[in-house]
Design a protein around this ligand. Structure first.
Ligand SMILES: Cc1cc2nc3c(=O)[nH]c(=O)nc-3n(C[C@H](O)[C@H](O)[C@H](O)COP(=O)(O)OP(=O)(O)OC[C@H]3O[C@@H](n4cnc5c(N)ncnc54)[C@H](O)[C@@H]3O)c2cc1C
Length: 412
């Protein structure tokens, strides 16, 4: 049995704590905040084996540059002179290749399917998380985007995923909740969804029951090293001795990584969401409105919309209303009959997706310090990949062979 200190109480940190505690390790989770409203709460709740193509892919640079010229587009880069931004951009460019996509697809598929299976087990324990397997519907409005989505769907089929291609006429049989103006859709049947806020509540409660110590309002500011290990994790008021240190600090991981001699091309990708409580009408199937990159998720009786990716820094808490208008515009275009009023600014949630330049998470042991594990950089898929990541972290700590080969995800 080892004593593990986890830095970060988002979904990755708590899922790691869950599997570590289940395996008999003692666990302390430290978080600089109050564990109530980070990126792991207001997200779209989608569990996405469909997302086998990483964000760094051919054509993405060109598409990103076009989007930058449109203030309502789903993508934005906070302009600034920053060496981190420059490094991230160059690394993204280097990764946006067919070879990178080909290498990443089987790995993302395996991680996602492992996670989905683990979510099935969690849902049996915790019906309150509202886990459902209805798949994910990608709707498109233009022939060009339709072609791209069908192409991606065919690649997913070749990877063994179950995918249906739907014409405009076939859509109402699947989407029974609202009428859509889409010209076609791709239905990934292997996907699932849940209510993230409920998942986080369940994890905290389950961890309390397993004697995991969660320490809020405790920013980790440094480490005490002993030879090639970290002996203690330090915050201003206290130090925490550790046999194993797991860094799961989401978008803030590079700040801690620097102190541990690990350089990561990771920047926050800010996104917004808003949630309607028990709306009279809502889509029946979790959906992505492709042209607007808007996620639509029925969660229990509620309905959540999420979107935008603003590559920025963690002090940028501004809600850009033009981007929000872009999300609402896409909703109105795709669901002309759905009456959605712009939410008041105070009801708009935002979170920082921890986006690596490769589009892949970093999971593995540090080469520098023998007892440090990094579990971060899950970008748009942190909720989806949390159980798999937690299980892998447990396997690393317990000295077991990992269920998925994560050699390429190791921190460098
Ligand atoms: C609009 C939107 C929609 C999304 N939809 C989906 C979706 O449908 N499916 C999906 O899989 N993913 C989705 N995501 C992405 C997902 O939310 C993230 O990938 C995930 O929440 C990241 O989890 P994390 O635990 O790595 O980071 P976080 O949730 O950010 O947690 C990191 C924690 O570390 C703490 N911390 C940081 N630094 C320190 C320090 N020095 N000391 C102590 N604590 C520290 C922070 O306070 C924070 O609580 C979405 C994101 C957004 C913004």
């Amino acid at each position: 049995m080892k004593h593990c200190v986890i830095i970060g109480g988002g979904v990755i940190g708590l899922a790691s704590a869950y599997y570590l505690a289940k395996a008999g390790h003692s666990v302390t989770v430290l978080d600089k905040g109050d564990l109530r409203d980070g990126c792991s709460y207001g997200n779209a709740g989608m569990i996405v084996p469909s997302h086998i193509i990483p964000l760094a892919q051919p054509g993405m640079m060109e598409q990103g540059l076009k989007w930058l010229l449109d203030s309502k587009s789903p993508f934005y880069i906070q302009p600034r002179l920053s060496i981190d931004l420059l490094r991230w951009g160059l690394a993204f460019f280097k990764h946006a290749t067919t070879a990178h996509v080909q290498r990443s697809m089987p790995l993302l598929r395996d991680l996602s399917l492992l996670s989905r299976d683990l979510y099935r087990d969690l849902a049996a324990e915790a019906p309150g998380i509202q886990y459902e397997e209805k798949g994910l519907l990608l709707l498109y409005r233009s022939d060009r985007v339709g072609e791209e989505e069908i192409h991606a769907g065919e690649a997913a089929r070749r990877m063994g995923l179950e995918v249906d291609f739907l014409s405009k006429q076939e859509l109402p049989a699947l989407e029974t909740g609202v009428a859509t103006a889409a010209i076609g859709g791709v239905h990934y049947k292997s996907d699932a969804h849940l209510y993230p806020d409920e998942l986080m509540a369940f994890l905290k409660q389950a961890l309390a029951g397993m004697n995991v110590r969660i320490v809020p309002n405790t920013p980790v500011t440094g480490f005490r090293f002993s030879k090639n290990t970290v002996a203690e994790v330090c915050s201003p008021g206290a130090s925490f001795p550790a046999d194993e240190v797991i860094v799961a600090a989401g978008s803030w991981t590079p700040e801690l990584g620097r102190q541990l001699g690990i350089r990561m091309a990771l920047l926050p990708g800010k996104g917004y969401s808003f949630t309607l409580k028990e709306p009279a009408q809502r889509p029946a199937i979790p959906t992505i409105l492709c042209e607007g990159k808007v996620a639509v998720t029925p969660m229990g009786a509620d309905l959540r919309f999420g979107g935008t990716l603003e590559i920025t820094h963690t002090r940028d808490t501004k809600i850009r209303l033009k981007r929000l208008a872009g999300i609402l515009g896409a909703i109105h275009t795709f669901y002309p009959g759905l009456q959605i009023e712009p939410p008041p600014k105070e009801d708009v949630w935002f979170g920082f997706r921890p986006c690596t330049a490769s589009g892949l998470p970093v999971i593995g042991r540090s080469h520098r310090h023998a007892n440090v594990i990094i579990a971060a950089g899950h970008g748009m898929m942190g909720l989806s990949l949390a159980p798999a990541t937690g299980k892998l972290v447990e396997e690393l700590v317990s000295g077991k062979a990992t269920g998925v080969n994560i050699e390429t995800l190791m921190p460098r």
